[in-house]
Write a protein that binds this ligand. Structure first.
Ligand code: HGY
Ligand code: MN
Ligand code: MN
Length: 400
């Protein structure tokens, strides 16, 4: 079957899962009904191809073509994630998983037999939209996030992570580093929609990743004095939402001054009433920079800003700068006729695996809007076909 037709069909099969029909955005958060449906879809699709499906001790899903324990150091793993940010696009995550399944299906049809096993991973909770920690599946798999930390996490409704996991039928106490699953990843290649303009500017359908910018997430709470909106004089108010407004504006200025990026994309106001001065404002901050020093300086600036406005900055997660495998990139470069190599400010499970010593690379597919984490994220059919074709060449090149 034509590679793009197969990928189109798979994208169509999940098109309605977690889709908000009004905005066209996706809400696919870990351990929700949408996530469950996507996991069932992943397992069924892989089983129909004859792959062996399982889960690791972090609750990531795996599908294997061939025996992963025969020569594990030579195994090639592809894949990405199926969850989304709130009102996310259709491609961030799913494109990597579905392109991998499409490439394998095509090779099976061609009668290709890999000499080493090929795996497809569906990492759980890459976006961290529910519990606030990005790449939670790969962080638990590698032991970077401990059970102790997991047991402190709460979701957007205040429900503890461990209760959410138990309700899904999984014993949270069994979650943790999985050495066997890790030992099966000889090398990992994650295909992903590009989340920017670089490939548009370079007129290239696909690219390879050089490194991921260091980045992190922080939060702070500003408290004030709740009171009546009609009877409290403006000069007598202690309004934390006014301070939050200063925080958001000054955050941007601090980031510009450090030649970095910072975003306050999530605010929760209590009690959130139109005619009451707020009691508390919770703010979440995402900051990134091209090098660790710049990010460290920016963090110091944000700590001081939060303190000046009456808050205390708490770090929720930190991801160091991740450089992808030079030797794997060299092999991929020659297999794929040297596509451009670009850096990225976005985080990925590939980055977590790379920082734990696994030879890892990433392939980006051009995004004609350059927009991501939004329903406007896009990919055209020719570029998606180029992505699947690249994975086919990578599987052939690395497993025969
Ligand atoms: O937020 C990120 O960088 C990624 O897209 N998970
Ligand atoms: Mn994302
Ligand atoms: Mn992603």
């Amino acid at each position: 079957m034509n590679v793009c037709k197969r990928l189109d069909q798979l994208l169509l099969q999940i098109a309605e899962i977690g889709c908000d029909q009004t905005t066209g955005g996706y809400n696919r958060f870990a351990y929700t009904e949408a996530d469950h449906q996507l996991r069932v879809f992943f397992a069924q699709t892989a089983e129909e191809l004859g792959l062996e499906v399982g889960v690791d001790a972090a609750n990531n899903q795996w599908a294997w073509w061939g025996d992963p324990d025969r020569e594990p150091e030579h195994n090639l793993v592809l894949g990405s994630h199926l969850d989304s940010v709130p009102s996310g696009g259709a491609y961030d995550g799913p494109l990597g998983v579905l392109s991998a399944l499409s490439a394998i299906a095509e090779l099976i049809d061609d009668g290709f037999q890999p000499r080493s096993a090929v795996g497809v991973a569906n990492f759980i909770d890459e976006e961290g939209a529910r519990f606030g920690v990005a790449c939670l599946g790969s962080r638990v798999l590698t032991g970077e996030t401990s059970y102790e930390r997991l047991s402190q996490l709460i979701d957007y409704d205040g429900i503890p992570f461990v209760d959410v996991v138990s309700a899904s039928g999984v014993d949270p106490a069994r979650l943790g580093r999985d050495d066997r699953a890790l030992s099966r990843i000889g090398s990992f290649v994650e295909l992903h929609i590009e989340q920017g303009h670089q490939l548009i500017d370079l007129h290239a359908p696909i690219g390879l990743a050089s490194f991921i910018w260091p980045h992190g997430r922080w939060s702070t709470t500003l408290s004030g004095t709740p009171n009546h909106a009609g009877t409290t004089r403006l000069e007598e108010r202690d309004d934390p939402l006014q301070r939050a407004a200063h925080f958001v504006l000054e955050l941007g200025e601090l980031a510009i001054a450090r030649d970095a990026i910072a975003t306050c994309g999530k605010i929760v106001v209590e009690p959130n009433a139109v005619n009451a001065i707020a009691a508390k404002v919770h703010l979440w901050i995402d900051a990134r920079a091209e090098d660790p020093d710049r990010l460290a300086h920016l963090e110091t600036d944000i700590v001081a800003l939060a303190e000046r406005l009456g808050g205390r900055l708490v770090n929720d997660s930190l991801t160091p700068m991740t450089v992808f495998s030079a030797s794997l990139n060299q092999r991929l470069g020659s297999l794929l006729e040297n596509p451009p190599v670009i850096s990225t400010g976005a985080g990925h499970d590939a980055g977590i695996l790379a920082s734990h010593g696994i030879p890892t690379a990433m392939l980006f597919v051009r995004n004609p809007t350059g927009v991501s984490h939004s329903p406007a994220e896009n990919a055209n059919r020719e570029d998606m076909a180029a992505g699947v074709d690249a994975l086919i060449r990578v599987i052939r090149g690395l497993t025969s």
